[in-house]
Design a protein around this ligand. Sequence first.
Ligand code: PEP
Length: 245
Amino acid sequence: MRRKLAAGNWKMNGMAASLAEFDALAAAFPAPACDVLICPPATLIARMAARPGAAAIAIGGQDCHAIASGAHTGDISAAMLADAGASHVILGHSERRADHAETDAMVRAKTEAAHAAGLVAVVCVGETEAERDAGSTLAVIGGQLAGSLPDAATGATTVIAYEPVWAIGTGRTPTNDQIAEVHGFLRAELVARFGDEGDMFRLLYGGSVKPSNAAEIFAIPDVDGALVGGASLKAVDFGGIVTAL
Ligand code: PEP
């Protein structure tokens, strides 16, 4: 049985005052029925990890470098994230792939680095609107999945997030059938590559999830939770999504 996961991606949002939202979320869910993860900007990880709520809510980074240390100004290694109190890291988010030209090979190397540092990698895949319109959604996602996951990935060390690029921050979501098609495809690809272990990977849906549509999305087969951007910034909104799981 895969435990559900509600993951929040704060992106480049959040100051010290925003820790009050984390505290409020933790107060609302002292013993959540699913796994709850917040990925704040790197500047807040250590301070968030020092809050009492970190006992029940996991904390993650939003990216890491592929190597452990060295002359890479401005970058953060997986070991540094772990040292700051993170247990997870989002990798290959479409904004990283677009803004920093991250390739599948780079995401795979980062995933290996995350695993070496003991972090759970939340690896993102997803098609653009042009790719969906061209009928290449599954080919694109299959290629990203194959190229971004190391052979040693397991369901314990790796979570997959399906995030259609056109649904991120737009208020648009795929139909339930479209989500079911992609998640079913991802599951089949994982089982084909990893055998029985392929059934252990959690598959998150991400893209304009909010309290009002969460329950419907979570009822779709092979949706094991959500990766949430905008609606993760306020405890009241994210709490509604956690409750729906
Ligand atoms: C995301 O960026 O991971 C995301 C899903 O964003 P939003 O929920 O705002 O669409």
